[in-house]
Design a binder for this molecule. Structure first.
Ligand SMILES: Nc1ncnc2c1ncn2[C@@H]1O[C@H](COP(=O)(O)OP(=O)(O)OP(=O)(O)O)[C@@H](O)[C@H]1O
Ligand SMILES: [Mg+2]
Length: 301
């Protein structure tokens, strides 16, 4: 569905996307996981036909997106990081107007609007003003809008940022149902849990580059071992413990209160000889993958 090769986005002299390559298969949910400024939005905007490609190749559903960004816009649905809903018209009208933009006639646009309102559990709020919706409902509406035109590919930029856990779960549920209906989804996120739950495959991005790619399980297995150890030094033993870990040749990330130690070859690190610290093991996750790849955490401190 999508093929990017050596894709570059520059803003003046600044390179936001630095020659990335990836492929998205039909029907899969594909994720871009990375911290603030990684280049996720810049990449998604090029894929959405909203921002010109500086260099490299980008093909969307057989269309050369570098030459025909307009044609791309006709075949995909886009949910941007900022919702872009019209607060002056009703919830339902936000959807019908969007349908007109895609060339639907009045009746079809209305019918489609009601279908997606049902699907996103917003039917009861159809006549309300957008301003009266909660943050979670607004987000659902902006996602719903992308489906009015029955796109085969939907691009979602941080679909659940700022939502409370209940609303986030709601969005996850609906994205899972959409996936089962055969829609291809490309989404960005900086929640590793979201990426692990929703994405069939993903790329890990940082500073405009792709650092790793694969299924969540593969990435965790290959780059973080099956389990990560959290090593919490006792009072006054921090430097001593750090030295012991270093001498043991361990893969250590210092994240402040604890050291995170990753295993290798799918085995957890053996820390039985470490003294002056409490060691606990937990299942490794994508955050650990990011730590191993960059030495930094995913979130801004
Ligand atoms: N229009 C622009 N003009 C100049 N620089 C830009 C512009 N848009 C983005 N950038 C820069 O490009 C880099 C990547 O930004 P981008 O928005 O793609 O990151 P992101 O991964 O989406 O981050 P976030 O998680 O914060 O949304 C950043 O350093 C940003 O400041
Ligand atoms: Mg962004």
């Amino acid at each position: 569905m999508v093929r990017a090769a050596g894709l570059i986005k520059k803003f003046g002299a600044f390179t936001a996307v630095d020659g990335i390559s990836f492929e998205v298969r039909r029907g899969e949910t594909f994720g871009m996981l990375g911290p603030n400024g990684a280049g996720k939005t810049s990449t998604l905007r090029m894929m959405s036909g909203l921002s010109p490609v500086t260099a490299g190749e980008l093909e969307i559903d057989g269309i050369d997106a570098t030459a025909n960004p307009r044609s791309v816009r006709d075949v995909i649905g886009v949910v941007s990081q900022h919702d872009g809903l019209d607060p002056d018209i009703s919830v339902r009208d936000n959807l019908t107007v969007y349908g007109f933009y895609f060339g639907l006639d009045r009746d079809t646009a209305r019918r489609r609007a009601d279908e997606v309102l049902d699907f996103f559990a917003l039917r009861a709020r159809g006549d309300d003003s957008v301003d009266d919706l909660s943050g979670g409902m607004r987000r659902r509406l902006s996602i719903a809008r992308a489906f009015v035109s029955r796109p085969r590919l939907v691009i979602l930029d941080e679909p659940t940022t700022g939502l409370d856990p209940a609303s986030r779960n709601r969005v996850w549920e609906q994205l899972a149902v959409l996936k089962n209906s055969g829609v291809t989804v490309v989404m960005s996120t900086h929640y590793m849990e979201e990426a692990a739950i929703l994405c069939d495959r993903l790329v890990i991005m940082d500073e405009g580059r792709v650092l790793g790619a694969g299924t969540p399980d593969q990435l965790i297995q290959d780059l973080a071992g099956a389990e990560a150890a959290q090593v919490r030094p006792e009072e006054g033993r921090r430097e001593d413990v750090q030295r012991q870990l270093k001498d043991g040749g361990h893969d250590v990330s210092d994240i402040g209160a604890v050291f995170v130690v990753h295993g290798s070859d799918g085995q957890r690190a053996d820390l039985s000889t470490i003294s002056g610290a409490r060691v606990t093991y937990r299942a490794a996750n994508l955050e650990d993958v990011f730590l191993t790849l960059t030495g930094r955490g995913l979130r801004d401190e």
